[in-house]
Design a protein around this ligand. Structure first.
Ligand code: MN
Ligand code: MN
Length: 286
């Protein structure tokens, strides 16, 4: 069972029963490879969420009117394997009850068990600086450096792509992965490259996983493994809005508060609100 502290994501005022969007934190960073601390992000992102006006006039949405619930943080489990299993149980519960899960990491290894709850029903879009396509990393199948590979194991080739990549190694067998690199995106423009990638997906419903280091460290410095030459904060806003009605779930991972000046948690909180607003707007139209 998740433990619920006093701190709740801003304007997530509905009960679990009445909510469509359900947020949960996963303060887990056991497999982090360079700088640890992402376990603090669920708290700092909730704190940052209070910065914003509930009203989002650009979308015609007031978040207070949206059925949105914050169920607190999942308890930490002993090993990475146990943590991944616990996340899957919670995610299955939400998905089978028709909820839209929003997870706040923690590190990127929390994504595959959430995707597993959807099984073979969805496509997955991953925004990341890193390809994360290792079959195993430092002996761990559930390392955050294997996130993309584990997701592909679940949804199959052709149903997942990574976007914004600028760090990969030939040991990962990148030729087998579907991804758009940051250099090409910079050259051709985010919109054109994203359209091209999107047209390759087989399934319409999309789960979006945002590894915050996909965004340039100039916008998102507070992360464990920062990589220059990233996407802009507006690029990722475009992607969220482009996907809007197709979205079925979302996570934001790898925010690392000990290395943040505050702006990274703020940006992550803002993307949660953007996802909620544009999905809600799209579902009312449909
Ligand atoms: Mn990642
Ligand atoms: Mn990354």
């Amino acid at each position: 069972m998740p433990s619920r502290g006093a701190l709740v994501f801003a304007d997530a005022g509905y009960s679990m029963d009445d909510a469509y969007f359900v947020l949960f934190g996963v303060p887990f960073d056991r497999t982090t490879t360079f700088r640890s601390g992402t376990r603090f992000a669920p708290t700092t992102i909730r704190e940052a969420s209070r910065n914003f006006e509930a009203d989002m006039p650009e979308h015609g949405v007031d978040i207070r009117d949206v059925p949105f619930h914050d169920m607190g943080d999942l308890d930490e489990e002993g090993s990475a394997d146990e943590m991944v299993a616990a996340i899957e149980v919670e995610a299955r519960d939400l998905v089978s009850n028709g909820k839209f899960p929003i997870a706040i990491g923690g590190e990127h290894s929390i994504t595959p068990p959430i995707v597993k709850a959807f099984g073979s029903e969805v496509s997955v879009v991953i925004i990341d600086a890193h390809l994360d396509y290792n079959d195993e990393y430092q002996g761990l199948k559930h390392s955050h450096a294997c996130a993309h590979k584990r997701v592909e194991d679940i949804v199959g080739k052709g149903n997942v792509f990574a976007f914004g990549i600028r760090s990969w190694s030939k040991d990962e067998r990148p030729e087998e992965a579907l991804f758009a690199d940051a250099f090409t995106i910079h050259e051709r423009g985010c919109e054109e490259v994203f359209e091209d990638m999107l047209s390759r997906l087989d399934r319409k419903p999309v789960y979006l996983s945002l590894d915050i280091d996909g965004i340039d460290p100039a916008y998102a410095p507070g992360t464990g493994t920062p990589e220059p030459f990233g996407l802009t904060s507006f690029d990722v806003r475009y992607i969220v809005n482009r996907l809007a009605d197709r979205l079925v779930g979302f996570d934001v991972v790898e925010v690392c508060p000990p290395y943040d000046n505050g702006n990274t948690s703020m940006l992550a909180a803002r993307y949660v609100r953007e996802v909620v607003a544009v999905k809600w707007k799209a579902s009312r139209k449909g």
